[in-house]
Design a protein around this ligand. Sequence first.
Ligand code: GDP
Ligand code: IMO
Ligand code: MG
Length: 430
Amino acid sequence: MPATSVIGLQWGDEAKGKIVDLLTEKHDIVVRYQGGANAGHTVVMGEEKFKLSLIPSGIFRPQVTCVVAGGVVLNPASILDEIDALRARGIQIGENLMLSDRVHVIFPWHFEEDRLIDGKCTSGEALGTTMRGIGPCYRDKVGRSFAIRLGDMYRPEFRDRVGQIVAVKKEMLAGLGGKAGDIKLSAEAIFADYKGYAQRLKPHVADTTAFLLDAIEADKKVLFEGAQGALLDIDHGTFPFVTSSNSSGVGVSSGSGVPGRYIDKVIGIIKAYTTRVGGGPFPTEQDNETGREIRERGNEYGTVTKRPRRCGWLDAVSARYTARLSGVDVLAGMLLDVPALLPELKICTAYELDGRRTHDFPSHVDDLRRVVPVYETLPGWQEEITEVRDMDDLPENARKYVERISRLVERPVEIVSVGPERNQTMFAKP
Ligand code: GDP
Ligand code: IMO
Ligand code: MG
């Protein structure tokens, strides 16, 4: 019953998509189980670059079944655009894509809520969401009264349900400060659009929980693709500056319906430095020339929103926390080529909080704001490594940097990546 999960250990964009695409070769099924079109996963194949938001990164291998499981929030228009764009580039999408009838559906009112609420947040800072309606849709899921799941869209009550919800949402949005002219919610128009989406999506809709349990019991090889990063986990991340799902390893079971006991390997994805998009504390942030160099060499601009990503040094305190939280067995160290020309690199090995040194990750965001990172400085290797294909051939200082990360996060490094291409990847020798 071998299932593997791939989990980002930072604040997202650790290059999960690249690793999922690579590992897909050895799997039968790839599963997205949380998040929505807030995710942007990049897969590069030669001259071709694909950006995926909702469709699992296994889609490029037609023999693999890609599953969007019930823990995802689905924007139907967005996934249809993605399907069309992939098909236009020759990617086969048919029975190999399954969508859970349990996924909660994002509607136009969720975008309005995202827009109206984001600036109002929390600890004096905007969340800086991706504006994809993610939080509002999950809020309605948990609240239940105004939720619509994909399976509901094929039922006779769907039209009435949209009408009832639109009536309430108009009042709620006005209460949030939305101006009447901004809130163009017509129940009939929304129903007509979504009925059309439902028809087009119908061939893909299934009970994916049953499908996955059958597959696991039949010894199929299943790969779980995490979206976002573990520090954005709604329960265990840097709340409230998080996303609205369990994006750490703990979310795999609830999102997919597959019990954790079937997952026998967890790969933690970590890049050689740290990035964050949106608001919230970031102890090792380098809002300076180093941060800019990392951003430019790493092309650290949001896949979904194109926002410049905030960049900083690797934070081993938070990575050790998320690796433990996610049950990580091995690490994949990504984008090691990006800091290659820096004369020296720093790793945060501890925090000082109120004069006390700690290796624990604070549970309260205000404490995380106040921590002072304790750094260890390592010499850079100051040469390009994008052509290296064997871990033994990495410059000594690059090897030492990887070994230090491994020791601080207390996990072996099984994969090292030195570029976006499939072949710019090295695997540790067994
Ligand atoms: P994800 O959200 O975790 O899948 O990551 P993103 O796709 O948002 O961001 C990772 C970016 O880094 C993408 O543009 C990848 O093509 C790119 N990438 C992946 N691995 C490497 C690497 O080892 N080196 C470099 N320079 N880029 C990489
Ligand atoms: P991938 O899967 C990086 C961030 C947003 C914002 C916060 C909440 O590509 O790693 P949301 O729209 O989810 O309500 O926004 O979470 N965020 C991400 N940051 N990578 C992502 O996905 C993200 N998905 C959400 O920037 O700070
Ligand atoms: Mg991304």
